[in-house]
Design a protein around this ligand. Structure first.
Ligand code: C2E
Ligand code: MG
Ligand code: MG
Ligand code: MG
Length: 278
């Protein structure tokens, strides 16, 4: 293919691709080591009931504490973990860790604590997600209702029927489901009918500017209205100001999460947060 375009073109593409491949490979080697050497840590970001201000749960967000680089955000390694398949064992670790943690929150004064965990499509396609979830809950001795599973609409791209069947089975066992980043996916409304979830998490891109952008405000209002009609709860992510919070309250959004309420924090700090917010 490159031959007809001359030698330089060939070399250019070759080196570009090589660079990317090398980069990916070195991250995935690093991720494998990170699992072995316990370099992952879960941070927890509070979720509050908007009416009462009560802390109702927290989302578990993974961090990679790299011995040289320091803290690496999931945005830069989750995609590689997904491509290399490492998201399956990493995701199992996340479930185990989050379930162990949520069992402690009651002692800090939280009623019916819930931890929300993000799942990747590959955990459905290649991992045995049902077993991973049940193992984690059993090991921690918690009830399934204390675990909320966050899915993005992209999870439906492959093998929609089998994903739906798994979600239905897990729901029958008492697990809760939320559609994450709601509004940014595709065919949202089509899937909402068959996808029996409990909650919609309104994507932060609509929430960030809710005060100044009338279109964003209109979208958020519409999502909340629709959710109510379908009997679903709503949570807004990316709530950064008191003004945004007040606006969401006017729309009767159920729950809020964002820097204004609390940043993602290590487990010990979240326990303190709980004690201070009772
Ligand atoms: P997400 O699930 O949509 O999580 C929300 C992201 O928004 C988090 O970024 C959180 O720190 C950030 N955030 C929260 N409040 C605010 C706010 O008020 N303003 C702004 N600007 N940002 C806010 P984070 O922790 O970097 O995570 C990024 C993404 O990585 C997550 O998006 C999720 O898709 C993925 N992720 C994180 N942990 C896991 C995991 O354990 N497994 C999987 N599969 N994915 C994960
Ligand atoms: Mg999430
Ligand atoms: Mg989200
Ligand atoms: Mg997101």
């Amino acid at each position: 293919r490159a031959k007809s375009e001359g030698r330089d073109t060939y070399r250019f593409f070759n080196e570009e691709m090589n660079y990317e491949a090398t980069e990916q490979l070195s991250i995935s080697v690093g991720l494998r080591k990170a699992l072995e050497h316990h370099q992952f840590q879960l941070f927890y970001q509070p979720q509050l009931d908007i009416e009462t201000g009560r802390v109702v749960g927290a989302e578990a967000l993974i961090r990679w504490i790299h011995p040289e680089t320091g803290m690496i955000s999931p945005a830069s390694f989750i995609p590689v973990a997904e491509e290399s398949g490492l998201i399956v064992p990493i995701g199992e670790w996340v479930l185990q860790e989050a379930c162990r943690e949520v069992s402690q929150w009651r002692d800090a004064g939280m009623l019916d604590p819930v931890v929300a965990v993000n799942l990747s499509a590959l955990q459905f396609a290649r991992g045995n997600i049902e077993q991973a979830v049940n193992d984690a809950v059993m090991a921690a001795g918690i009830s399934p209702s204390m675990l909320e599973l966050e899915l993005t609409e992209s999870i439906m791209i492959h093998d929609t029927e089998s994903v739906l069947a798994t979600v239905r089975r897990l729901k029958q066992q008492g697990y809760q489901f939320t559609i994450d980043d709601f509004g940014t996916g595709y065919s949202s409304l089509q899937y909402l009918k068959s996808f029996a979830v409990d909650k919609l998490k309104i994507d932060q891109s609509f929430v960030r500017d809710i005060i100044n952008n009338e279109d964003d405000a209109a979208i958020v209002r519409a999502i909340v209205q629709m959710a109510k009609g379908l009997g679903l709860k709503t949570i807004a992510e990316g709530v950064e100001t008191a003004e945004a919070m007040a606006e969401l309250k006017r729309y009767h959004c159920d729950e809020v999460q964002g820097y204004y309420l609390g940043r993602p924090m290590p487990a010990a700090q979240f326990i303190k947060y709980l004690r201070e917010h009772q």
